[in-house]
Write a protein that binds this ligand. Structure first.
Ligand code: ASP
Length: 429
């Protein structure tokens, strides 16, 4: 019994994720997913209700956590000019890694050429292309005309802008700033405690979310699209295991094995919720407590990454474009490939970190290269499973860039990074 209590929370989360996948696959494999008991009691009952409560509990923390952490992060920075430097480094790395991700995906997709033997039967779904956002609109939208509305809408970029301005002003007004700083630092402690408490729900929440998806999505959904599915998964693994590991090692001088081992908890959150945004509390707590990144960097780069950095999504979009072109028998030239890299990188900025949005943004990429947006109906069936894996890659990208930027700013504590016990949470409070 005491051994069970000593098990870490991460282990429980991993166990429940695997158990959920096995349980759901078993039900689906047995063909039980149509039965009234499974549908009403499990899928739409227990799994849906507990899963929804877990996701809402995470989302509940995102806005207060990002705002308070960022205010504390900016005030602890001391040197305000460092903010611009951190922002530029993060932005450049986010864009470069996304462009690299699509390039890997396109190379693999063109090589394997999935979809050539796909039998086209129109699913009857119709899609309207989403126009690319205007740069002027993107820029004006950065500044909230009403910060409370920005918080109510969960508009992450606007919250980031307001929090930075608030933190900078707090540093500039010395006396009052000091009093409010103490208040925010206490508030931050309370919110981090809330994150910690909700983490204890994770094993049950993760089990329900994963079991629900696997119950509904069986091998019969994947088989007709096996080529597409496998190319996306392989590209995601190549980018996560290859590009991120190399970047961590060569640019950051950090051990990728330690990084991945510690990031497992956040990866499990991303996989089960399929939402980078809902995963922000988990990513922030792993990056700060377990990987040793200072709040002054993490509080800025993690929410920014969850909003604009979507390497996994860009990978799916690259492979999907080649797949749809193949199915419709339309050839893609070199200029199309360049267009796909650029559009998918930009689409990634506009993709909100919530489930399924990557597929909507795919309409933008397809339109740019003149492919029929209806093609999306073909890949709809397997998108939920791919969304889970690509979201895990999206947040891994955020954490990778955060560690590299922190390292270059001397804001990463190597002792915490290398200590296997740092920030470990036991399964019982
Ligand atoms: N679910 C993804 C995320 O939250 C976005 C997407 O690709 O749909 O990161």
């Amino acid at each position: 019994m005491t051994e069970i209590l000593k098990t870490t929370l991460t282990t429980w989360i991993m166990v429940s994720m695997i158990a959920g996948a096995l349980f759901g696959t078993f039900i689906n494999f047995q063909g039980l997913e149509e039965s009234a008991f499974v549908q009403e009691f499990l899928v739409e009952g227990v799994f849906s209700v507990i899963g929804a409560i877990f996701i809402s509990a995470l989302k509940m923390l995102v806005v207060p956590l990002v705002f308070v952490s960022l205010v504390c992060g900016v005030t602890s920075l001391g040197d305000i000019s460092a903010l611009g430097r951190i922002g530029c480094k993060a932005l450049i790395l986010y864009l470069l890694t996304t462009a690299l991700a699509v390039t890997i995906a396109l190379a693999l997709a063109v090589f394997v050429s999935p979809g050539g033997d796909y039998i086209l039967n129109s699913g009857g779904e119709s899609f309207t292309a989403r126009p690319p956002p205007l740069l002027s609109k993107v820029l004006t939208d950065l500044v909230p005309s009403n910060p409370i509305a920005a918080m109510a809408d969960g508009n992450m970029l606007q919250i980031i802008v307001f929090a930075i301005l608030f933190g900078v002003s707090m540093t500039l007004v010395r006396e009052q700033g000091g009093r409010i700083r103490d208040f925010f630092s206490d508030l931050n402690g309370i919110i981090m405690k809330m994150v910690g408490l909700i983490m204890y729900l994770a094993p049950i929440g993760v089990f329900c979310l994963v079991a629900r998806t696997f119950t509904l999505q069986g091998a019969d959904v994947i088989m007709p699209l096996a080529g597409y599915f496998l190319v996306v998964i392989t590209s995601l693994l190549l980018h996560a295991g290859g590009s991120f590991s190399l970047l961590l090692k060569l640019v950051g001088g950090l051990d990728p094995l330690i990084f991945f081992k510690k990031l497992r908890t956040a990866i499990a959150f991303a996989f089960s919720t399929a939402s980078s945004n809902a995963t922000i509390p988990a990513t922030l707590s792993v990056v700060e407590d377990r990987l040793g990144v200072k709040k002054s960097v993490a509080a800025f780069t993690v929410p920014l990454g969850a909003t604009i950095n979507m390497d996994g999504t860009a990978i799916m979009q690259g492979v999907a474009t080649v797949f749809i072109a193949n199915v419709y028998g339309i050839g893609l030239g070199m200029s199309d490939v360049v267009t796909i890299v650029l559009t998918a990188t930009l689409a990634s900025i506009g993709t909100a970190g919530v489930p399924g949005v990557g597929l909507i943004m795919l309409t933008m990429v397809l339109t740019q290269v003149g492919l029929p947006v209806e093609g999306i109906a073909l890949i709809l069936g397997v998108d939920r499973l791919l969304d889970m894996v690509r979201t895990a890659v999206n947040i891994t990208g955020d954490a990778t860039v955060t560690c590299i930027v922190a390292k270059s700013e001397n804001a990463l504590d190597r002792d915490i990074f290398s200590d296997p016990a740092a920030g470990v949470v036991q399964a019982s409070p």
